[in-house]
Write a protein that binds this ligand. Structure first.
Ligand SMILES: NC(=O)c1ccc[n+]([C@@H]2O[C@H](COP(=O)([O-])OP(=O)(O)OC[C@H]3O[C@@H](n4cnc5c(N)ncnc54)[C@H](OP(=O)(O)O)[C@@H]3O)[C@@H](O)[C@H]2O)c1
Length: 269
């Protein structure tokens, strides 16, 4: 999902970029990684094992893709002094904090996917390479599976939609994340460290679904429910709110509100 919009954004900016994806490129294949790193001046790693529920049963595979392979990449990049932009997630936190998360808050993942992504962050930090970790959340975009598409599809087939109102976060368009990465790639100085990146403002999944319904003129009733009513293999953090002051200071601008970006996206669908 993100990779598709990032390639489009970089091409628009006339940046000299190459995109690699399965099946021709597998991040767990060290020789392929080595070839790519040696031909690059900067790496953006959007590859990940992203099926949160399936990761509960496939934790070794998730850990290999999101943890171990990120370490291999980071060590290769460090050896060649090539900076790495890496994408991480709100799922490194347990969601128990009663305020938006800061980059300095202690991670404590509550599911296998979150543990694998945190391992990737640790591997990057330990490798001694220059890295910029962008933690993102509640993403949606043209390509790939996401909450917005799931709501639109479910509204066609179900008489009533039940959506949780106790998970709070910031719906974030991958187009906006791609634009930030584009700006990072154009900077003279590579920004190092961890940055929280999300659209401005917060909402619940339920309110987000109602917003989608209003913009798209959906008449299917949407009703609130609780996360506990929908047991899933992987636990979800209830609070995914990010404090994004650090990235906003770096960029010298505020992020767009989630309502503005989501409206743009829905109108273009
Ligand atoms: N989606 C969200 O809500 C969300 C939230 C927070 C953070 N993130 C993070 O955002 C980043 C981008 O994810 P996304 O949302 O764009 O999800 P995505 O659409 O699932 O993108 C992940 C990409 O990685 C590829 N991939 C999987 N295993 C690979 C391997 N072994 N080698 C090379 N590529 C592999 C996938 O290919 P296949 O499709 O063929 O498997 C897919 O193209 C990830 O780091 C993810 O953890 C996502």
């Amino acid at each position: 999902m993100l990779g598709t919009d990032l390639m489009a954004c970089c091409r628009k900016k006339n940046l000299n970029v190459y995109g690699y994806d399965l099946p021709e490129f597998d991040i767990t294949d060290a020789p392929s990684l080595k070839k790519i790193v040696s031909a690059s001046s900067c790496i953006v790693n959007c590859a990940a094992y992203t099926n949160v529920d399936r990761a509960e049963q496939e934790e070794p595979l998730a850990a290999q893709i999101n943890g171990h392979s990120v370490g291999v990449l980071a060590r290769l990049a460090g050896g060649a002094d090539i900076p790495v932009v890496h994408i991480s997630t709100d799922f490194v936190f347990d969601g128990m904090q009663d305020r938006p998360y800061l980059e300095t808050d202690l991670p404590n993942p509550i599911n296998a996917y979150g543990r694998s992504k945190l391992e990737g962050e640790k591997q990057l930090a330990a490798a001694g390479c220059r890295y910029c970790i962008l933690r993102v959340e509640w993403t949606y975009g043209r390509a790939g599976v996401n909450f917005v598409k799931k709501i639109l599809e479910a509204a066609q087939t179900r008489p009533v939609l039940k959506v949780v109102d106790d998970q709070i976060g910031s719906p974030t368009a991958v187009k906006e994340i791609a634009a930030v990465i584009g700006q990072i790639l154009e900077r003279k100085e590579f920004p190092e460290g961890i940055f929280h990146l999300a659209a401005a403002g917060y909402t619940s999944r339920y309110e987000m679904a109602r917003f989608i319904g209003r913009i798209k003129g959906i008449h299917t009733p949407i009703e609130p429910c609780k996360t506990a009513d929908f047991p899933s293999p992987a636990k979800r953090p209830l609070n995914s709110r990010f404090n994004c002051s650090k990235i906003e200071t770096l960029l010298g601008k505020k992020m767009k509100s989630w309502q503005e970006s989501l409206t743009e996206f829905l109108e273009q669908l």
